[in-house]
Design a protein around this ligand. Structure first.
Ligand code: DQA
Length: 173
């Protein structure tokens, strides 16, 4: 993976002044700077974009592969909790998407505890502030190129150390 796209959803342009007790005091340009720097250390080019508009985020997700990105780190903001359109966009694309949140959404209000995006993402990282984005990049680099969430579809992965039943073993000649 050579290029990663970081997408910030609604209200994240206000980082630094928005509810600092929840989201911290670091501004969005500073988050982006550190995220790009982290990517550089890992050998990937990171581009960061923010939009308050659902349709714009959808267009960027749909175009990610065409634009040459190997993966997307996505903080959908409040859309996390109800945007079926963004959920469908994430499910539709082939590049892996990692959902990230600055705050730990599972420790907050009830309405924030559910993500409609999580099940179609490769995984979710929540609660580490700016670190969630850095971990998101590392997670993408550790993942294979498909956006299929592990453990959600298909047959279960074989348990390590277990032999397959005799009937399904290949003969070696
Ligand atoms: C957020 C959590 C969301 O519930 C909230 O609406 C946001 C930010 C986070 O990064 O912690 O806008 O995605």
């Amino acid at each position: 993976m050579k290029r990663v796209l970081v997408l910030h959803g609604p209200n994240l342009n206000l980082l630094g002044t928005r509810e600092p007790s929840v989201y911290g005091t670091v501004s969005l340009p500073e988050v982006d700077r550190q995220v790009r720097e982290h990517g550089r250390r890992r050998g990937v080019v990171v581009d960061c974009r923010q939009s308050n508009l659902e349709g714009q985020l959808m267009t960027w997700l749909q175009g990610a592969e065409r634009e040459g990105y190997g993966g997307v780190v996505f903080n959908p903001g409040a859309f996390t909790h109800y945007s079926i359109a963004l959920r469908d966009a994430v499910a539709a694309i082939r590049v892996p998407v990692v959902e990230v949140h600055l705050s730990n959404i599972h420790g907050r209000e009830e309405f924030r505890r559910h993500s409609v995006i999580a099940a179609v993402s490769r995984g979710q990282i929540s609660g580490f502030g700016l670190g969630s984005y850095l971990l998101g990049i590392d997670a993408l680099l550790a993942t294979n190129s498909s956006n299929r969430p592990t453990g959600r579809t298909g047959s279960p992965a074989p348990r390590p150390g277990r032999r397959r039943p005799k009937s399904s073993r290949r003969r070696s000649s």
